[in-house]
Ligand binder design. Structure first.
Ligand code: SAM
Length: 473
């Protein structure tokens, strides 16, 4: 029986409820009256239920879809302004004992070089990332209790936070590691992680079991209930995601929103972020052999529908997607993107020779961080390296309260400008710096509170004169 408040995976992600939702969406996908009422509800910016959002996703009417896209863009502007948060993944180890059929790190792959960074190698990677200008990382590792035990992850986090190279610092470490115990989540929280990210891969239990035939990840319930354990362990910023291409996208979409509703029902706070990865070619993985791939139009529609359904949730896109696709979905609701990424173990300090690649998947956007930053500014966005909320204790419902208090423009906006200024001073090419300085000059005017504006101008000067870094509201 479907029950969003249940702690059992198969009750809060109830298969029958998803089937009923899809049938309801099919029946109503051209019901203009209903669609108008759902769009009107979404305009109130309080979100939509999985059923309502599924109707919008299924709707084939071009004019209605235009309305949905416009609304997604407006909601994005209202909640996130024109800021885009930057991050990079850092692969610690590709040792893995799972058998995921879509991932080249699966245990049976004897061809891919297996690598695990030592603390010294991590230091080198982090210095390379700091020298690019990154302040926020997402740690990635395969699941292998012997090679990558929690102690290794914790030690690595400590190493990362301890490195201060020139003006560089990693100020927020998000973690994307396999589902684990409440006790381990507590340890991650104590180590000072930002968001705990775990992709569900697919919400369809039967497919899940086939796609994860061996290893601890085979346990669908344990994997699906991971965010509950993370929250119990004190991590109140969690990041959801599905790997689009594994099962039918409409099923995944409904499951994803039901997962968000479950977290809201049980813990009073929804997911901090939702990621939208699509399956890619990789070492021994041929993405075209999976039958549920989605095209760029469908992908854009999914992003827009997530945006209107969960307006407070950040949305992340990685370099799995190419420049054109990233540009399109930035307008529709994406709030965080990676730049200059390497998906290999140890790829930042020293690029790997092609025949020895430990990459997890092919990267489509291979531009440098400087190129991505310049591109974003040319498009009218403010690339933000801000990590203030989490460091000021504004996580979970406190972050949501900030969103709802309409103070974002007096808080996130100046923080974005301050961290962009740091980037321009310390890492940008002359051309990027010129464009960025002009952008900051214009954007100062968009801080409504005069006191906040004054403080911002003072700190910008201090950064310019090298009198300080790391100011935050
Ligand atoms: N081992 C951890 C786990 O089980 O969640 C860490 C995650 S892994 C390093 C990061 C994510 O990459 C996976 O959750 C999966 O969704 C994604 N991934 C795996 N193979 C992929 C592929 N061929 N194309 C795109 N993304 C892939």
């Amino acid at each position: 029986m479907y029950n969003p408040s249940s702690r059992k995976a198969t009750e809060f992600i109830d298969h029958q409820e998803i089937l009923d939702t899809l049938a309801y969406a099919d029946e109503n996908c051209e019901n203009v009256e209903l669609i108008d009422s759902i769009i009107a509800k979404a305009k109130e910016r309080k979100g939509l239920s999985h059923r309502e959002a599924s109707v919008l996703l299924a709707c084939p009417i071009p004019e209605k879809n235009e309305e949905i896209y416009k609304l997604a863009e407006q909601i994005k502007k209202d909640f996130y302004g024109n800021r885009i948060v930057m991050f990079a993944p850092l692969y610690l180890s590709n040792y893995c004992i799972n058998g995921c059929t879509y991932c080249p790190y699966h245990m049976k792959n004897k061809h891919i070089p297996r690598k695990k960074l030592t603390q010294d190698e991590i230091r080198r990677e982090v210095i390379a990332l700091q020298d690019m200008g990154h302040k926020r990382l997402a740690l990635e590792a395969g699941e292998d209790p012997q090679n990558n035990p929690i102690e290794y992850i914790l030690e690595s986090i400590k190493t990362i936070y301890s490195i201060q190279h020139k003006n560089g610092a990693i100020r927020r470490v998000n973690v994307n590691i396999a589902a684990t115990t409440v006790e381990n989540y507590r340890k991650l929280k104590e180590a000072g992680i930002g968001t705990y990210i775990l992709f569900q891969e697919t919400y369809h239990k039967e497919s899940y079991l086939e796609l994860h035939p061996t290893g601890p990840k085979h346990d669908y319930d344990y994997h699906t209930e991971a965010m509950d354990r993370a929250m119990e362990g004190g991590i109140d910023d969690v990041g959801l995601g599905v790997l689009f291409g594994l099962d039918k996208y409409r099923y995944e979409f409904a499951g994803l929103l039901m997962h968000a509703e479950h977290l809201e029902a049980v813990f009073g706070v929804g997911p901090h972020t939702i990621s939208v990865p699509r399956l890619k070619n990789a070492d021994d993985i041929d993405a075209s052999s999976f039958k549920n791939g989605i095209d760029d139009d469908t992908f854009a529609k999914i992003v827009a529908c997530i945006r209107v359904a969960v307006p407070y949730t950040g949305m992340i896109i990685s370099t799995r997607e190419n420049q054109a696709c990233r540009e399109r979905v930035l307008h529709l609701g994406i709030s965080q993107i990676s730049g200059g990424s390497r998906t290999s173990v140890g790829g930042y300090a020293e690029p790997e020779p092609e025949d020895e690649s430990s990459e997890q998947f092919d990267v489509s956007d291979t531009r440098t961080l400087d190129e991505v930053v310049k591109w974003l500014m040319d498009l009218g966005y403010i690339p933000s390296f801000c990590t203030a909320c989490y460091r000021e204790g504004r996580t979970g419902d406190r972050f949501m309260a900030l969103c709802k208090s309409q103070q974002i423009q007096n808080c996130c906006h100046p923080n974005a400008l301050l961290t962009l200024k740091e980037y321009l001073m310390d890492y940008a090419s002359p051309e990027t710096k010129k464009i960025g300085d002009a952008l900051i000059e214009r954007e100062i005017e968009n801080v409504p509170n005069p006191k906040a504006r004054e403080t911002l101008v003072k700190h910008l000067k201090e950064i310019e004169n090298n009198e300080g870094r790391d100011f935050r509201f």
